[in-house]
Design a protein around this ligand. Structure first.
Ligand SMILES: [Fe+2]
Length: 143
């Protein structure tokens, strides 16, 4: 699946949206390289770049989450669920990556599918929810 950036993926928080666009670009680049049957040696640099950008991006979202008011139990619950999703994702990605390095034939394709599907679903459900909370808080602070 190739992710195409569209309005439905917008969180309404510019920093997050720009980073998501960047991530989608990198995942599609990885997908194109894989479909072109590039060797793992050529896929690796793209993946390394994507991996460090993912960590940077999760850091951005988690810092924004940490700034949400602690008084709301709902915020706390959503934030801890969001953190859990990021952590599980990193674990799953590392496992697939390890299989790819062990030269399993279908691992790069599996990795591309996993990254595309996860990011799409995560942005649509979890990150958009975070965006709504951040914008709500911003609106309240301006009142
Ligand atoms: Fe997220």
């Amino acid at each position: 699946m190739r992710i195409v950036w569209s309005n439905e993926l917008e969180t309404g928080v510019r920093t997050i949206d720009l980073q998501h666009e960047e991530l989608i670009g990198m995942i599609n680049e990885l997908s194109d390289a894989h479909l072109a049957r590039d060797q793992p040696a050529l896929l690796n640099p793209i993946f390394q770049r994507l991996d460090s950008y993912l960590h940077f991006h999760f850091g951005t979202e988690e810092a924004l989450m940490a700034g949400l008011p602690k008084s709301s139990p709902l915020n706390a619950q959503l934030s801890s669920e969001h953190l859990r999703q990021h952590q599980t994702f990193i674990e799953q990605m590392t496992a697939i990556r390890a299989r790819a390095e062990a030269a399993s034939e279908d691992a790069p394709g599996e990795l591309v599918d996993f990254l595309s599907n996860w990011l799409y679903e995560h942005i649509l459900k979890t990150d958009r929810h975070l965006g709504a909370l951040l914008n709500e808080q911003r609106a309240q602070s301006l009142e």
